[in-house]
Ligand binder design. Structure first.
Ligand SMILES: O=c1ccn([C@@H]2O[C@H](COP(=O)(O)O)[C@@H](O)[C@H]2O)c(=O)[nH]1
Length: 596
């Protein structure tokens, strides 16, 4: 773990059921390779994970069984270790490569920007040669300008110990927000291609392994499942998914299941399968039998599952990776303090609006104070921000260089159009916040697909969950259903069950390795609006409409529904040139949150 990482809480643990074939799975790590430095439940780093995977492999292989390590993308954007270097990612990629990964895929975040996807092609794919798969992603090669697969479409391999024959794929969901140097083919079309059809007709296969940056419960995985099943009615299928930042496990049929393993290096997913046939012959056991576990990423869990302790656990390689992370954080000055937050501000632990909501803070203070600019004149304005632009809670205490990127990693800036009727702006807000109902109709008509505007976890969790005050011990909690976190080490009770993930999935409520009490989750709207330069006593008739540029396509669509004839792409002007949302927040913190 990192020198500043809090010691883990000794939560009661459920064991791992080691099987014939075993998996460790990460997804949506978003640069958090240093682990969580303010949360004991997730305070192990990528070096510890390197040690953990090595010990698990040794232990499992000693029993003549197999272990595979999977990562399903969104490794980038979301933490100072990735975002604060110039160019972004130079430190992160160097750290990442030290884990042995058997199957790796790209997420959507690897494709938002040209330089990110080119770094995947030129650095990450070669580092993970033979493991990185891209079943439905092509890229214009920066040198030849030819459209080429980002990585091989699939692979067939045989496990080391038992000779289990596996055909593996690596998919991305039907993403359309990629920069135009990449092409993401819809999953539903990809599975009709000859190479896929040939791969699933291979009779010498004991398991289809579908890794992907695709939600476990999604039309894309349903389509893959149906296609494979139409040809191979009883070959086991193991899906690994991600994107929604949740822990999840679902059963497609008695021989096909999907696991999703959370986000931000909080969770290492574990799966085991028994009863698989091998190249030696069919299985004699009834099967397959699938078992899943969500491991909290901390040393208490890692020591328990390996049967080791602080002296015997770290491998030389793991120690070196932890050291490399510490050196990288120092070089990037990620602990540099810009201000001090006077209280915790939550994404979803409190209802919105609320004095402790990060969105209320943004609306009433940050945006209201920061978006006045004489270039626009001094008339009233409304600023619209999508809630998904904010990625994490803010904890009371030092607001560091790392915090800046953790809460707001994207490079989105602001644009504006002048003189929009205020009642139309309110209609637009209504449409944006009813996106699932209204916009989906449009998407169906155009066969297009828009990213969601709210935090990813809301895609799966459609209602509020209010934890019982007694059960939750009234400890500070976190921002999504099932998230099991103690935000600050100082608030840790000793020897108690503490709040954290309490996942419910298709196999029940016993998937989490650490036993926790539940945490409340409140949904937030897709977008919030801040009033800028508004005199409380004046009725608003027309306002300037300022918006974060990420939402421009949605705004165009919402304006159509609101019968407002504005072409935002043409008529919108850049606002606060050169300043991103991240800059706006940081400037506000420096000016307003002095440390005592
Ligand atoms: O430039 C950006 C990119 C993304 N967002 C928000 O993030 C989610 C996607 O995040 P995942 O981690 O892939 O789930 C997207 O739906 C937006 O809400 C953004 O605001 N700006």
């Amino acid at each position: 773990a990192q020198p500043a990482a809090p010691a883990p809480i000794r939560a009661p643990l459920r064991d791992l059921d080691i099987g014939q074939l075993n998996f460790l799975h990460t997804t949506d790590t978003h640069g958090w390779l240093a682990g969580h430095l303010q949360e004991p439940s997730f305070s192990a780093d990528w070096g510890d994970y390197v040690s953990f995977a090595a010990h698990m492999r040794e232990k499992i292989e000693a029993q003549g069984r197999d272990l595979l390590v999977i990562d399903t993308g969104d490794r980038v954007e979301g933490n100072g270790l990735y975002d604060s270097s110039e160019p972004k990612g130079v430190y992160l990629r160097e750290i990442l490569r030290h884990q042995h990964v058997d199957v790796m895929t790209s997420g959507n975040h690897e494709l938002y920007k040209q330089n990110t996807s080119e770094a995947e092609l030129l650095v990450t794919v070669p580092c993970f040669k033979g493991s990185y798969l891209a079943s439905n992603i092509d890229i214009y090669h920066p040198k030849t300008e030819e459209l080429v697969p980002l990585a091989p479409r699939y692979k067939k391999f045989t496990t080391k110990q038992q000779g289990i024959r596996i055909v593996a794929f690596g998919f991305l969901f039907d993403f359309t927000g990629n920069y135009n140097n990449t092409v993401v083919q819809r999953v539903e079309e990809t599975i009709k291609e000859d190479w896929f059809q040939e791969a699933i007709r291979d009779k010498e296969v004991d398991l289809f392994l579908v890794a992907g940056h695709v939600p476990a419960r999604s039309p894309e995985y349903k389509a893959i499942f149906t296609e494979i099943r139409s040809i191979r009615w009883d070959t086991p299928i193991q899906f690994f998914g991600g994107h929604e930042h949740i822990r999840d496990y679902t059963k497609y049929d008695s021989k096909a299941v999907a696991l999703a393993s959370g986000r931000f290096m909080e969770t290492v997913g574990f799966m085991s399968i028994d009863g698989l046939s091998t190249s030696e012959g069919p299985s004699t056991a009834a099967g397959p039998v699938f078992k899943r576990r969500y491991i909290d990423n901390n040393l208490h869990s890692y020591y328990h599952h390996t049967g080791l302790d602080e002296d015997s656990f770290p491998t030389e390689k793991g120690r070196n990776v932890s050291r490399l992370i510490a050196e990288s954080r120092n070089a990037l000055q990620l602990d540099k303090i810009h201000g001090c937050a006077p209280r915790d501000l939550w994404m979803s632990r409190v209802p919105y609006p609320h004095n402790d909501s990060v969105y209320t803070w943004l609306e009433k203070q940050v945006l209201a104070d920061s978006l006045e600019d004489e270039s626009r004149g001094d008339g009233p304005a409304v600023a619209i921000l999508n809630t998904g632009a904010i990625r994490f809670d803010i904890f009371e205490g030092p607001f560091t260089q790392d915090t800046t990127w953790i809460i707001s990693p994207f490079t989105n800036g602001f644009r504006y159009v002048k003189d929009v009727p205020y009642d139309k702006v309110q209609l637009i807000m209504e449409v944006l916040n009813q996106q699932t109902k209204v916009m989906r109709r449009w998407m169906d008509e155009t066969d297009d697909h828009l990213d969601s505007l709210g935090p990813p976890a809301q895609l799966e969790h459609t209602g509020d969950v209010i934890a019982d005050a007694d059960e939750s011990h009234d400890w500070p909690a976190f921002d999504m259903v099932g998230t099991q976190q103690i935000p600050l080490a100082a608030k840790k009770p000793s020897g108690e069950i503490v709040p954290g993930y309490t996942t419910q999935d298709d196999a029940g409520d016993d998937g989490d390795d650490s036993i926790h009490s539940p945490i409340s989750f409140y949904r937030v709207p897709n977008c919030i609006q801040a009033l800028v330069s508004v005199n409380a006593s004046t009725a608003l008739e027309t306002v300037d409409l300022i918006y974060i540029d990420f939402i421009e396509p949605y705004l165009t669509l919402a304006a159509k529904f609101a019968q407002l004839d504005v072409d935002f792409a043409k008529e919108g002007k850049v606002y606060l040139p050169g300043k991103t949302m991240t800059d706006v927040i940081l400037d506000w913190v420096k000016a307003n949150w002095k440390c005592e």
